[in-house]
Each structure stands twice: as structure tokens, then as C-alpha cells.
Design a protein around this ligand. Sequence first.
Ligand code: ADP
Ligand code: MG
Length: 613
Amino acid sequence: MAKIKLLSRELIDQIAAGEVVVNAAGAIKELIENSLDANSKNITIETRGGGKSSIRIVDDGCGIEQSDIPLVFVRNATSKIADDLSAIETLGFRGEALASISFVSHITLTTKTAEDVVGTKVLVEKNEVVQSEAAACRVGTIIEITDLFYNTPARLKYLKKDSAETAAIIDLVGYMALSRPDVRFSLICDGREIFSTDGKSDVLNTAAKIYGRNKITGLMKCEIADEPLFVSGYITSSAYSDDRSALKLIYINSRYVKSEPLSQAVEQVYKELFAKNGAGYILYIRLPAEMLDVNIHPAKLEVKLYNASLITMLIKQGIRSVLREEFIIKDSSPKKLAAEDSAFGNDEYVAQVFETAEKYFVGQPDKPTDELTEPAEATDSEPITFLPENEPPSAPTPEIPSAQSAQNSGGTLKIDSRGILLRLAQMKYIGNAFSQYALIECGSELYAMDIHAAHERVLYDKFLKDYQNRRIALQPLMVPVVISPGGTLYARALAMREELGSLGFEVDDFGGNAIAVRSIPAELSGGNVEQIVLGLLNALERKTAEDIGRRSERLIKEACHHAVRGEADINEAQVRALLTALYDTDMPFTCPHGRTILGRLDLKYFMKAFDRI
Ligand code: ADP
Ligand code: MG
């Protein structure tokens, strides 16, 4: 190996310059940061040839005092001295940007402070002012850079085509402009104005000016104040959570940053709630300076969060509650929501909450439940259905009381709500309450699934499809089940043998007012045969004006209802499988009779009840 030698000063400077500025956009980032640190209210950025030919930044900031001008280009000279790196409030702090840029380009700087009578214009080459003259100009600073990387051919070669470099500049200036909606930015590339913002502090308008109106559709306000975290900004409302080209911007203490943990935290909430990946967000996060290290990346694009897990937790919590608020405001069933809304502030309600477990869950309390608890009771009456006579059974609108219901319009509502089922299938299963409800914790919500109703829905969908496709598999009974249904039903059973057969039930006359059931549909084999058949016989009464399709649906519904068994001892794996199976059904949120399958109880209910909020 050769002898160890010190690198020449020139080489050291070139290496350092390469770290701070990798391309024109990198240089522009540093220059805009300087303009912002100088309290500018108007910043104009002009570039030519992807920034390689020229970059010109005009600001109306405080300007640079004449005696300071030579120092601007000296490495590690800065006016933003922070004795403590943990207390940095400015965007710049290392005093190396202009030194670096001056090393790889030709710079002209024109500047004037409010105290100066006349401005100063200097030419700079490699850290040194080579020419200086008085110049007529306004208060502020103009920096012009030409021939970027002229003396570092390797770096120059590495740069992309002008158009690609221009694209990078547009991206960068967009991020920066949106970091400060209170500052007017104007970007002109090759003589063409790309965008200009109005500096009126309106985030959405600023975003629209930079990215176009369609990029702000579906964004809603998001404010989080949870010591030590403060966030203000915008997030995608649930109805728009599937837009993959959504804006995803995070600013911490006015600095645009790429933060994996934070962006993941936001996306996770959307995935959890909507099983979607398209969340958009423009978040302005404020954190105490000592909670982050901005000095871990040469271009200051990444920051290190101390206690990242706390911050991400607070962000998630905050976003969840914002989305929940949205649900309360926008749900398509205002009656229920009005009741739910006022319930939060109503102590009487909180007391009621403890009365019965069912009341915990926002369901459909006014629907009769006796049929479910007394499945064996066979009467001649019409089975209870909750559907209007003239509508197909899949018609009821899902009323899942969850954040997903935020959408007003029918189409997206169904699809988005459905996602929660797959999500729940992976969340924390707590157990079964009252042998009837499977409890699953998901984020700050507790879901309850009516096991019987869920089962019934899955069974019904499967059985109906098999019937319509004439594919009902028969399960022969080794020992026929003999039933004595009583005079009328016995007669009906024999009269309707064929129809029963088409549903998979083979029955024979057993003599003495009894029938023998020889086979049942395999799908229903878990159920009590006698109860299923009795239920069916009750439902078999021919109704005038009932079309065939509706009749078979009604019969199948009845058969399924009595076929559901074993909800009391359903185990975790079965609950998860049931949730997944529900996902594939036509209408996962109501049983074939229209009863609610899934209920939700918000953490707020508990917190309110236990005096925490
Ligand atoms: P840093 O921003 O880390 O201090 P720079 O090399 O970017 O280092 O800038 C060096 C110094 O030049 C700054 O500290 C600031 O005093 C001055 N300066 C640079 N650009 C401007 C500007 N647009 N307006 C006012 N002062 C500026
Ligand atoms: Mg700087």
C-alpha cells in the first residue's frame, strides 16, 4: 500500500461540496433555506438548463451586511450560531452551503440591508470574493449561480438530462414552497413560470397552486395537540383513501423531511381503518427542537427522532380521532349519528351503557331478538324478516357504525367498509361474550361480531349460490331422522316433497303422522336436523304472489337460520375464518334477516365512563 498523505485542500473542498450539493435541486434547497432564514416574504427561483446553466434566486430578506460578505463563502462561517446543535431553530446551521456551492460554480451575489444606502455586488470564485462593486438593488439578496459543477466533471456526468434535473427542481421547490404557505414563491424554469404561490398562509390554496386543484380533493383538516406533539395540516378523508398519487408531505418544524416512521404511522392508520394504501397528507409537525436531530443527513433531508415510538403513537392516535370525527359528521344515517353524537356528552347515556352489554354496541336495538334465542320454536307464523316485501334481500344498506361509513354515496361505502373485516381477522381477538358476541380489539375500537348472525350470513350466501347453480351437495343420513311435526305440517311435508328435495332435503312418509328425513344439504350438516326441517315446514306455506326466486330465498334463509350451531364454543381460529368468510359475502354487515352483524364501541365510551375525558 502507498504512503498515507493528506489530501489537497482543493480535493477536500470538492469532496465536501459533493456531499452537500449533489445536484442543482440540492443547491437550490440550500439557497431557499437561506432566504427563509433571512425572513424573506417573497422568493423567486429561476433556472436554466436544469440548473446547470444558471440558477437565480431573488429574495426580500434581511440582506447581508457588507463586512460579512466575504465570510458568507468561508466554510463553517455562519450567522446562525447555535452553541447547542439540539436547539437549532433555523434551517441552516453548518455554514457550508455557500462555501460548497462557490467551489463548484461561479457565483454572483448582490445584496442590500435596510441600513445600506446602496447595495453590493460581488463575484465569487472558490470561497473568495474576486470582484466587488456598488449596485442599485432593493433590500434583500440575489444569488446567481452559473456553470454548476464545471470543475467537477465526474459530478457533472452523473447529472441527469436537463428535463430530469428540472423535474427534480420543480419537486424540490414545491416541497419548500408548501413548507411556508406564508411566503410567496415563484418558480420559473427556462423562461416559463411553473407555479407561484400567494403567501396568504392558506395551505390548501398553496398546494393547489403548486400541484393543481385535483390534488387537494378529499383533503380535510387535521389538528393534533398532544404534548409534546403539535400537528396541523390536512389528511385524506376516508372517502378518498384509495388515491395512490396522493400528496404525502411531512414537515417537522418547518423543514421538509422524509421520515419513514412517521409516514408509515399515518399510512398504517388508513390501512387499519380502510384497508387502503392511498392516504394523502400534508402535515406540519411541531416538536421541541431537542426531540430531533436534524444533523444526520448532509442535505438535512432526514431527521432522527428521539423517542420515535412516542411520536408515532401520538400521530396515529391523533389521526384516528380526526377520522372518527369525520365519520360522526358525515355518516349517511344522520339520525343514528345525532343520537350517538349527543351521547358523548350525556351522563345518563353513559350510565345506560353499563346496563346491558348489548347497549355497548351501536346496533339496531329496536329489532326483535327472540327468534335468535329460541330457534327451536316452530309456529305457523311467517318467519320474521326485516326486509321490505318488494326488495331483494341484498338491498339493505350496510349500517356498520365505523369510520368507514363516512362516505355518503352508496358505492364506495360498501367496498370500503368491507375491508375492516379482513383487518379484524388479524387483530386482537379477546374472546366471546355471553356466548354470542366475538370481541375483537382494533386500534382504539372494540368490535363485537354477532357470531350467529355472521354464521348465518355466510351459510346463506353459500347455500343460495349452490341452489341457484343447482349444485347442492347431499349428505345422506345413515340413520334417517324421524320427525312427528303434527297434522298440518305432516301433510305439508308430503305435499311439498319435491320442493324439499330441490333444497336438498329428502323426506319419506314414515307412517303414523311422522316423516323420515333421509338426506340434508351437506352445507347444513352441522345443524340439528329436526329443527331445520321443522323450520322449513313452517316456512313452506305457499304464499300467493310470491315468485319462485323470492320463495327459495325465503326457504333457504329459514333453513340456514336453524342450521347455525355451536356459536357458544366457537374458537379464535374459527372467529378469524368467519370474518374472512364474511368478507366474501354479498352483504357482510347484516344477516339474511337484516340484523346487524358487526358493532363497534369506541374507546371514548370507556374513557367517558371512567372519567378520563
Ligand atoms: P448557513 O445557512 O448554515 O449559515 P450558508 O453557507 O448557507 O450557511 O450561509 C452562510 C451565511 O450567509 C448565513 O449564515 C447567512 O448569514 C448568510 N446568507 C446566506 N444567504 C443569505 C440570504 N439569502 N440572505 C441573508 N443572508 C444570507
Ligand atoms: Mg444555509
